[in-house]
Design a binder for this molecule. Sequence first.
Ligand code: 48H
Length: 263
Amino acid sequence: MDEKKEVMEEVISGAIVRRFFQKLESNLAIDVAIVGAGPSGLVAAHDLAKAGLKVAMYESKLAPGGGTWGGGMLFNEVTVQNDAAEILHEFGIATVPYGEKYHTVDSVEMASGLIFGARKAGATIFNAVKVEDIVMHDGVVSGVVINWNPVARLEMHVDPIVVTTRALIDGTGHPSEIVNKAVNKAGVKIDSPTGGILGEKPMWMEDGERTTVENTKRLYPGLYASGMAANNVQGGFRMGPIFGGMLKSGRKIAEIVKRDLGA
Ligand code: 48H
């Protein structure tokens, strides 16, 4: 009897399809969903996965990393304060001291190091996937509604699928897209001075860096925000091209979520 000859094209396509769907299926009910793979979300993903929680991140762009890659004005160097440099060192990312208080870091090393660190800690990253809505069950934010970003960009009329989660972190940066859904679509009052989104103020580096960390908190049952999203929600000043506050915010939200989930 003739043995069926292995066809390389079939094997390779099968490997991709099977492995991807295993990954997707094992992430349909998770502990923590993080929307946006910017610096704050990536640190949070790393810390939460390291604590043994099942973490999935959704990034609408093909390349995770958010605003890290561009440094300041596309000059690909990032600045951080001394205490935040320690977070980068935990990821194996090299920094160079700059004066007494700051370090610089190659932005490509920082973005790729944070992505690799989050992944190696056990977080799953779904790239080119946009979170287009949230799930609300009995007054608790309980999931994310996802679709391919190209589908959204082309405005194709394609229904999404849904992932349930015990905690949802908005790490979408300036627009705080997920908290926006909670406030403007679900109509909930969040933990902010007005119960709504105050909106980011103009540049004040020092104040913005401080308040980004202070503003990092649980906003509503099941709903949290980190980084620029937390800042936008609570009406903090923007801080420009310094990233220590983002890293520390990611670490802080991970601590809060771990406590809330008993991890
Ligand atoms: C999936 C989405 C969706 C969606 C957006 O902006 P980021 O880098 O986020 P942070 O908060 O970790 O870092 C902010 C920092 O990069 C920055 O902008 C600073 C310091 N600005 C200072 C200043 O003064 O301007 O990343 C957010 C990510 C991006 O990659 C988006 O593509 C992604 O979230 N995203 N992913 N579904 N609905 N919305």
